[in-house]
Design a binder for this molecule. Structure first.
Ligand code: WTA
Length: 649
């Protein structure tokens, strides 16, 4: 049993939603949740058909679900447009002039875009894309700071049926190049730069570097002027956003798209190889993003909702852009760091905008705890009514702090478990119905048949650890890995027969509540960001001095996990004091700063079995500073252990 399970087993506090919260909630009791859940799993056609009827369809579907494991089609024959559902359908009523996006830049500028204004900007940019020869089905790469234009570019793609692939602004030029090559994008939307902790991230320059070998499929780069930093514009390839929008009108019909039309590709790390292009659909994806916003965040017209995720991650896609806009909500979008100019920027924003629903990550919460309560107590957070957490397991201590200090003891917390692949929330409390327990994501969302199973696929007993699987399809599930159906089947649908499994371990308690342990494959979760150990390893071996590398995670108080790299140098390479730093920067350069190892340990050899397999378990124990336990008899060279333990000094 893992340490994580043990530390949670003693957690028995239960928090019931307050009566006045329940009274206003959409789902008001556990019994009501259970009835709805039963129907959603047994009669998905009925349940999801009813939910889908709340969206706008240009042609109604003929069949709710067509399931041939592992390929699902949802709302077969239906046609709709995501941007129409997020924008146009709100324009006939009172939401027309309601704020869709409240934006604040890191330096402090403010902008408000109403639904009517956002609609106008999206139509104009959709026309810009068309003017630049983007057609339905083409791939558009978006590499933007956290500004409204990131959402505008995404929605403009959706409007004309182009498939977007957003790349997080913290990724390197090599990462951009790999993604372009994989999805064969024809156009990039970027900005000159974006602000982060007071400095400017040179986005356009990173794009230039990604394209410099000239072999790219990119024909056009559209550049938004955000930071005013100097950029080089390549004649015939690069154009300015502002001059392009001057050339087009503000009318652009929303194209009717098949429900299964690919809305976006988002790259994410797995346990092997390069990041995989996770492909999401139109109808099913939008429906679950919408339905989870409605039931999990219980969004209301009067809410000011704030999801702190970057648009470059799936949380930004589903809970900053598509979900809240489909609900007609008002969202706050903030460009920069939580500790800029000081540690209370988030609390200042909540007080100033009257944020009511706040959704953030445990790693951020743990940083807030470390910064001290005085940053929080300075501000009036009484507008908050609901809190959310996502991205990694939340430890009970962080949960309690969030509950008491941020939520004033009155706000329910929804700890939402899901993944890039699942597209939308899969396991979470419903705030008016589910009693919460600190550290548990509680119960599955509607339509989600989750279970904890052993290696043979049998459900394990109460409080037994196992693999977290989903039995059967759900609307927002990934449709495939872009360009690789075989890998899709193998990665997600082969490990446990008939089930989706994507790397997490969990247990269920006597009430059926899920407690997520975290990844049990070779994927790390560093500050809520997914990183494949193999990705970091191949970045390391691409350095001329490195012969071999093995990367493991170790617990980190703030980031959840830290990255430790064991590196074997090539013969002749000399260990200089600077080499460790150089290797760290090299990984930052190849993948992005988030992947930089916290520690690089140079060693003579890696622990291998006689058949040549790296014994990661040993490395993990050494990385944590623990004594090596368990069987080491298969180790090829026992003297290696002592050398490895010494490699940290
Ligand atoms: C982890 C982010 C525990 C998990 C939406 C998953 C969580 C990975 C939770 C997906 C949670 C996400 N409790 N663990 N509430 N939410 N995870 O693809 O290990 O960036 O597999 O999607 O984050 O990360 P991804």
């Amino acid at each position: 049993m893992s340490a994580n399970i043990e530390s949670h087993l003693n957690e028995n506090r239960v928090f019931k939603p307050a009566k006045d919260f329940v009274k206003k909630a959409r789902v008001q009791s556990l019994a009501q949740y259970r009835t709805m859940w039963e129907e959603s799993v047994k009669r998905p056609d009925k349940f999801w058909g009813r939910e889908a009827a709340e969206l706008t369809w240009q042609t109604k579907w003929k069949k709710v679900l067509d399931w041939k494991l592992p390929f699902a089609k949802w709302f077969v024959g239906g046609k709709l447009n995501v941007s129409e559902n997020c924008l146009d359908r709100h324009l006939d009523g009172v939401r027309r002039n309601k704020a869709a996006i409240l934006w604040e830049g890191e330096p402090g500028e403010k902008r408000v875009l109403t639904y009517a204004q956002l609609h106008r900007e999206v139509c104009k940019f959709a026309n810009v894309l068309k003017r630049n020869r983007v057609k339905k089905g083409d791939r558009v790469l978006i590499y933007m700071p956290m500004i409204p234009e990131a959402a505008i570019a995404m929605l403009a793609c959706a409007r004309i049926g182009a498939t977007h692939s957003v790349v997080f602004g913290g990724f390197s030029s090599d990462s951009i190049r790999d993604r372009i090559a994989d999805c064969q994008a024809s156009l990039v939307v970027t900005a000159d730069g974006g602000y982060r902790r007071g400095s400017i991230v040179p986005l356009k320059k990173n794009v230039d570097d990604a394209l410099k070998d000239g072999a790219s499929t990119i024909r056009r780069v559209i550049v938004y002027r955000r930071a005013g930093n100097e950029v080089a514009m390549v004649e015939g390839r690069d154009v300015w956003w502002h001059s392009e929008v001057e050339q087009v009108d503000a009318k652009c019909p929303a194209v009717a798209l098949d429900s299964e039309h690919p809305l976006f590709i988002l790259y994410t790390s797995g346990s092997t190889g390069k990041p995989k292009g996770i492909l999401h659909s139109t109808g099913g994806y939008l429906l679950q993003a919408y339905a989870t916003c409605k039931y999990v965040f219980d969004l209301r017209d009067e809410d000011v909702y704030w999801c702190t995720a970057d648009v470059g991650w799936v949380t930004g896609h589903s809970y900053l852009v598509y979900g809240p806009l489909a609900c007609g909500a008002t969202s706050l979008m903030y460009e920069g760091a939580p500790n800029w100019p000081e540690n209370d920027r988030f609390w200042k924003l909540i007080a100033e905008y009257g944020v009511t629903v706040f959704y953030t990550a445990p790693t951020a919460i743990r940083s807030f705890i470390r910064w001290g309560d005085e940053w929080v107590t300075k501000h009036d957070l009484s507008s908050l009514r609901l809190l959310g957490s996502v991205g990694e397991p939340i430890n009970p201590e962080a949960w309690m702090w969030y509950h008491e200090r941020i939520g004033g003891g009155r706000c329910p917390i929804v700890d939402t478990w899901w993944q890039t692949e699942t597209g939308a929330i899969m396991i979470s409390p419903l705030p008016g119905a589910t009693p919460t327990k600190p550290g548990s994501a509680t119960l599955p969302f509607f339509g989600v048949d989750a279970a904890v199973v052993d290696d043979e696929g049998r459900e394990v007993g109460v409080n037994q650890g196992g693999k977290l699987v989903i039995r059967g399809p759900w609307p927002s599930m990934l449709r495939t890995i872009y360009g690789d159906k075989t890998r899709f089947r193998k990665t997600y649908w082969s490990e446990v027969k008939g089930c989706y499994f994507a790397g997490d371990g969990a247990r269920r308690d006597k009430d059926g509540y899920f407690w997520i342990v975290g990844r049990i494959d070779d994927v790390l979760n560093v500050a809520g960001h997914r990183l494949g150990t193999s990705e970091v390893e191949s970045a390391l071996v691409s350095h001329p001095a490195v012969a071999e590398a093995a990367v493991v995670g170790r617990p980190d108080e703030i980031k959840g996990q830290g990255v430790v790299a064991f590196v074997v140098l090539k013969t002749g390479a000399t260990v200089t004091p600077k080499l460790r730093d150089e290797l760290r920067s090299h990984v930052g350069h190849v993948i992005g700063p988030i992947a930089k190892p916290d520690e690089v340990r140079i060693t003579e050899a890696l622990p291998k079995t006689r058949s040549g397999k790296i014994m990661r378990r040993l490395l993990k124990e050494i990385a944590c500073g623990k004594a090596v336990t368990g069987d080491t008899t298969t180790l090829e060279d026992l003297s290696i252990l002592a050398k490895l333990s010494a490699s940290g000094e």
